[in-house]
Design a protein around this ligand. Sequence first.
Ligand code: ZN
Ligand code: ZN
Length: 338
Amino acid sequence: MAKMRVVQVAKAGGELELVEREIPEPGPGKVRVKVQACGICHSDSVTKEGLFPGIQYPRVPGHEIVGIVDKLGDGAKGWKVGQRVGIGWHGGNCGYCKNCRRGNFFACTNDLQTTGVSFDGGYAEYIVAPAIGLAEMPEGLSAVEAAPLMCAGLTTFNCLRNAGAHPGDVVAVLGLGGLGHLGVQFAAKMGFRTVAIGRGADKEELAKKLGAEVYIDNQAQDPVAELQKLGGAKVVLSTATSADAMAAVMGGLAPKGTFMIVGAVPKIEVPALQMILQSQSAQGWYSGTSIDSEDTLNFSLLEGVRSMNEIYKFEQYKEAYERMINGKARFRVVMTME
Ligand SMILES: [Zn+2]
Ligand SMILES: [Zn+2]
């Protein structure tokens, strides 16, 4: 049997380890993909640290995957060997539970397939994934360019296009890291009056380069006052991981504005009276399904949205993961398998 290399975690809280395995065969409805690149996302810590119940180990993390279809399992329809594809967090769903039948595939109660969590992910030379979890990759995006779009890009793009803002509306992006630097680009390219909120005057140049019309330094300025000068934000896309930073911006919402949360914190406080009087809301947003990924990839290619990446060879997986988990990497981290 031919062998491949994977980086796996042997148990919850265990170390990442490079091991050899047999190249797996794709079962019914599954597709085998030869991985070209895989992004390293903070959510990979779910697998490494065992943060979700029921993860079976050893497990290979990774859900920002770009590769080439290598072999089709029985009944795996819609794909051809040799086709370029991406695979993100949402790997698949049953299609027949009540939530799936309402189109809420992310909330599948029966067979929710999460890449790198419920099946082996992209820290590998090959991956076997449900056919329904594959996204078609446009020519014109390299594997390294596309990998972070499969999670960080998808999440911010899909959140912004579903948040209720229209072209010309004020949309603020809180945070200018891995998610935020993509969120600013998407917001600007979607035609929103884009406001970037970050820490420190030194981020202004970057924010403007990414397409922000206005930059608010939340260390030197009051983001609420600055947003209200613009009439308030119809949407705040919050990529921050600080509950205090989030709370400090909520007063900047416009009437009927929405505070969209994609950066995880244990808990936030909301200004209930203001939200009642101004008919505002706070909402969480999951990432998206494979067709949302395709939309993200095509929009990014069309509009020139690109992730800023630190790139590592597969063998440098330890260093690459540490750069991400310790917050040393300013934007996104990608491993290349070839
Ligand atoms: Zn992710
Ligand atoms: Zn379902």
